[in-house]
Design a protein around this ligand. Structure first.
Ligand code: ADP
Length: 495
């Protein structure tokens, strides 16, 4: 009998764990999701209990299998995608975490990072080797904090008794007993050299981290280990791992140099495939491993917008001028901005401006400004910020792109996507399946076991739901871009 084969994608996010079963046509067959507690020990600090992470992931995996009404033996492979940079240390023998997971958002090491950043030689060494900046987001300073603050852990680590992993690695270890990670997750630690594709001795020295705690780094696509028989009643190979944004780029089938995706969520996350070339940005963007298979490494440029869909939450919760994001969308569809620009620099401005002291502004207000103008301008800010990032990426690479693939909650907005296409002078493509992160992990795992043979076969499974073509005359476009530029000028910190 020719039994149908499926892929189980584990999507471990910051606030919830999700598991999705995909069939061999790339369609979703079952899904389960579970939230877990956020731990805030003090302002700016964020932790998770690693056991809650594992429990919620394993439980949702079992539920998704049930919901899909399949037998675990029909699962050809498991793919893992995860919240990135979050740091876990555990005992090699007992598996007991030595401390809570320090989450990517946690700012407890920001003073140390600021000290590193203030030394130009150290800062440029870090950027040259890792493609990143010395920032508290990334894992290295979180590892160092645990080694230095949890009694006895550094000594135990020196004796080879402690293991470190990002969330993918911790889940893989729970599933298979193998201590390994993939190149994309390694590339977010500040310890991994993205040119030599190995842990870097200079960086290990700088952060005082013993090499013995680090996992083996494997290609994102390929065999990592077999899930233990007692978990699902049969052995299932784990054959694809990537951080969430990398998996989304893969799930959007952005396989060619110049292909880009934007995730419009609370914040926006943009990634542009730069092929085999690790492009160094002149505009403050990060260089990262997009994914790897065998010896072939694909790189990407990455940038983020701090306040994306969150600007609508602000209109709803603080200004109380809308009751929901979809309402904003309806109002914005029937108005123009009336010369108003909202720059939601609530926590400063990221790339390409990098002004942490900037704060939000609304410009162009007149006696005639209406609620609809302000709502429209707030929505437009999402497209303007994304346009700034993509323009910077194009400058850095010199590669023009023709289509932006989109996902995330705010990509439901036709208003945002049409304006995005107009500003970029490129088409914007929203897929049928916006679960692109889990889909990317499934695609990688399926490729890893040969369920699909190549990228072309995968690209054919991605279906577009709606495409937005540029449709604005140059004069109108220039006027909008000039208005935005002026508003940014008025937002930047003047001391
Ligand atoms: P995250 O994964 O970052 O939590 P989501 O991908 O779920 O976020 O997206 C949530 C964001 O999408 C919210 O900030 C919300 O304002 C925005 N959003 C939801 N629906 C719409 C809509 N119809 N139009 C515009 N924005 C929307």
């Amino acid at each position: 009998m020719n039994e149908k084969r499926y892929i189980l994608a584990l999507d471990q996010g910051t606030t919830s764990s999700r598991s999705i079963i995909f069939d061999s046509d790339g369609s979703m067959k079952g899904i389960a999701q579970m939230e877990f507690p956020q731990i805030y020990p003090q302002p700016g600090w964020v932790e998770h209990d690693p056991k809650e992470i594992w429990y919620s992931q394993y439980e949702t995996a079992k539920q998704a299998i049930q919901n899909a009404e399949i037998n675990p033996s029909q699962i050809a492979a498991i793919g893992i995608t995860n919240q990135r940079e979050t740091t876990i240390l555990w005992d090699k023998q007992t598996g007991e975490p030595v401390f809570n997971a320090i989450v990517w958002q946690c700012r407890r090491t920001s003073d140390f990072c600021a000290a590193l950043a203030s030394d130009p030689a150290v800062s440029s060494m870090i950027t040259e080797k890792t493609g990143l900046k010395p920032d508290a987001y990334f894992s290295a300073t979180k590892i160092r904090w645990i080694l230095d603050h949890v009694p006895g852990v550094r000594e135990r680590a020196e004796r080879g008794e402690i293991l470190f992993g990002t969330v993918d690695c911790y889940l893989l270890w729970q599933l298979t007993g193998v201590h390994a990670t993939d190149t994309t997750n390694a590339s977010r630690t500040l310890l991994y050299n993205i040119h030599t594709m190995d842990w870097d001795e200079d960086l290990l020295d700088l952060f005082a981290i013993p090499r013995s705690i680090l996992p083996e780094v494997k290609p994102s696509i390929g065999f990592f280990g077999n899930a233990k028989i007692e978990l699902f009643g049969c052995q299932i190979p784990v054959s694809g791992i990537a951080g969430d944004q990398h998996a989304a780029l893969f799930g959007q089938a952005c396989f060619g140099e110049g292909d880009a995706k934007n995730t419009y969520g609370t914040g926006c996350f943009l990634m542009l495939n730069t092929g085999s070339n690790p492009v160094t940005s002149k505009n403050g963007l990060v260089t990262t491993v997009a994914w790897s298979r065998g010896d072939k490494v694909t790189y990407a440029l990455e940038g983020s917008v701090f306040i994306g869909g969150a600007v609508l939450q602000w209109l709803r919760d603080e200004l109380k001028i809308i009751t929901s994001a979809p309402e904003a969308d309806i109002i914005a569809a029937s108005a123009d901005n009336g010369g108003v620009y909202v720059v939601p620099a609530f926590t400063g401005l990221g790339a390409p401006y990098w002004d942490m002291y900037a704060r939000g502004t609304i410009t162009g207000l007149t006696r005639g400004t209406s609620r609809a103008n302000i709502i429209r301008a707030a929505l437009e800010s999402i497209a303007f910020q994304t346009n700034d990032l993509l323009t910077a990426m194009q400058e850095d690479t010199g590669v023009p792109f023709t289509v932006l693939k989109v996902d995330g909650g705010a990509s439901r907005s036709d208003v945002i996507l049409q304006l995005q296409a107009d500003l970029l002078k490129a088409s914007v493509d929203r897929p049928v399946n916006t679960e692109t992160t889990a889909q990317g992990a499934a695609f990688m795992a399926g490729l890893g076991v040969g369920l699909w043979k190549d990228e072309a076969e995968i690209a054919a499974m991605r279906r577009s739901a709606k495409t937005f073509a540029p449709n604005m005359d140059d004069a109108a476009r220039t006027a909008l871009l000039n208005g935005w530029k002026t508003a940014i000028g008025q937002t930047l910190y003047k001391g």
